[in-house]
Write a protein that binds this ligand. Structure first.
Ligand SMILES: [Fe+2]
Ligand SMILES: [Fe+2]
Length: 389
């Protein structure tokens, strides 16, 4: 925020929509001083900005800006900007999602029902734009895209955005003809799944050492904190979001398929389908994304480790869809190891707590007794079928 209390964000020239009515005003900073900024509107929204106009601006001005209040309009327009690599669009969308997550998680910012509502609305627009970018991606392509995006020092932001993207990819693989609304709901659930962590101090969330029992008990409250936050602050602006589902994803993403999770120890299809989906995305991101303090697994090692949790922690049928959708498997060296059954993707670890399996150990198979029960309401397509439509 500048000294006048106005927020503007810079927009790269090549990500400005041309030859259409632009849905945002363009500004320049006419002040030559670094300290005092003075923003002047140089092009009004709803006018058609031509290629030549933009070329003139590029010659004349160093940088263009858009007002914060039109951030969502800017983001929505990105899909109409052609010839832009997915990672650039992804980075912009990620930056915008982070700014909304930061409104929620940054303890220096005041929290209110309005802030929550506006942030969720912003997150939803970010997810809509992300769905447009990755709708034809499999999990491996999503993973590659994630690797090219810039990282934030606050792990929770990267993690939430990654989980959101994996949720979109996984739903797409389970249900190839899922509607955009369904994909957005899955992505929004993933983006907000750890919402309750806003009630936990950043120091504790980022603590690199093993947590004490009391600290872990507090961390384990985040699904309940998140649910309470949504209940206590009904979101007025995003009427079209199904908050019953979002709330269940937040509350149930640490429930285990076999009923050993938290907070309610519910099992199987009693856990909401999207919460089971989020649990897979959450686990995968926790062990494959570089956190400053733990080593990263190759995709193959991650899938192998996770397969030992299928049917226990994870829904085995959904996990099978997940693995079928991961194309680029690179052999690593961790496949003969496993993570303890109480491994929690939420608990920070210096080093992943590998252990050598007991000789009698048998890898849990994928065979759910009843597949339709396992995936809940959404009827899965046959895994063998490639794509519909
Ligand atoms: Fe969590
Ligand atoms: Fe998480």
């Amino acid at each position: 925020m500048n000294r006048h209390g106005h927020n503007y964000f810079s927009v790269p020239f090549h990500l400005i929509m041309v030859d259409r009515a632009i849905p945002y005003d363009l500004f320049v900073n006419s002040s030559s001083s670094d300290v005092r900024e003075h923003f002047v509107r140089i092009f009004p929204r709803t006018e058609v900005l031509g290629e030549e106009d933009l070329a003139v601006f590029k010659k004349k001005y160093h940088q263009l800006y858009v007002h914060e209040s039109q951030r969502m309009d800017y983001m929505r327009s990105l899909i109409h900007v052609g010839q832009v690599p997915a990672h650039e669009k992804g980075d912009i969308i990620k930056g915008i999602a982070i700014s909304y997550l930061d409104n929620l998680f940054n303890t220096e910012k005041e929290f209110s029902t309005d802030v929550l509502s506006n942030s969720i609305e912003g997150c939803k627009v970010a997810v809509e734009s992300m769905v447009d970018v990755i709708k034809d991606y499999d999990i491996s392509q999503i993973q590659n895209l994630i690797a090219t995006l810039s990282f934030h020092d606050f792990y929770t932001y990267d993690h939430s955005i990654n989980v959101s993207m994996y949720c979109i990819g996984l739903l797409k693989s389970v249900k190839p003809n899922a509607s955009k609304d369904e994909l957005v709901l899955a992505g929004l659930g993933g983006l907000l799944h750890d919402l309750g962590k806003i009630k936990i101090t950043t120091d504790l969330i980022n603590k690199p050492e093993k947590l004490t029992d009391n600290e872990y008990e507090l961390i384990k409250k985040h699904p309940e904190f998140g649910k309470q936050l949504l209940e206590e602050n009904p979101c007025e602006v995003c009427k079209d979001v199904d908050f019953t589902v979002i709330s269940r994803v937040i509350h149930e993403h640490h429930e285990n398929y076999n009923g050993t999770g938290y907070p309610s120890k519910i099992e199987g299809s009693n856990i909401h389908f999207l919460a089971r989906l989020t649990a897979i995305a959450d686990f995968f991101d926790a062990i494959t994304t570089k956190r400053s303090y733990h080593e990263v697994l190759t995709t193959e090692d991650a899938i192998n480790l996770m397969s030992k949790s299928a049917g226990k922690k994870l829904d085995p049928v959904l996990f099978e869809y997940f693995t079928k959708n991961v194309k680029q498997l690179v052999m690593g060296g961790k496949i003969y190891q496993e993570l303890p059954e109480n491994f929690d993707p939420c608990q920070p670890q210096n080093v992943l707590p590998f252990q050598t399996p007991k000789p009698s150990y048998k890898v849990e198979g994928f065979g759910a007794k009843d597949k339709s029960e396992a995936v809940g309401k959404v009827k899965p397509a046959e895994p063998k079928k490639k794509k519909v439509g």
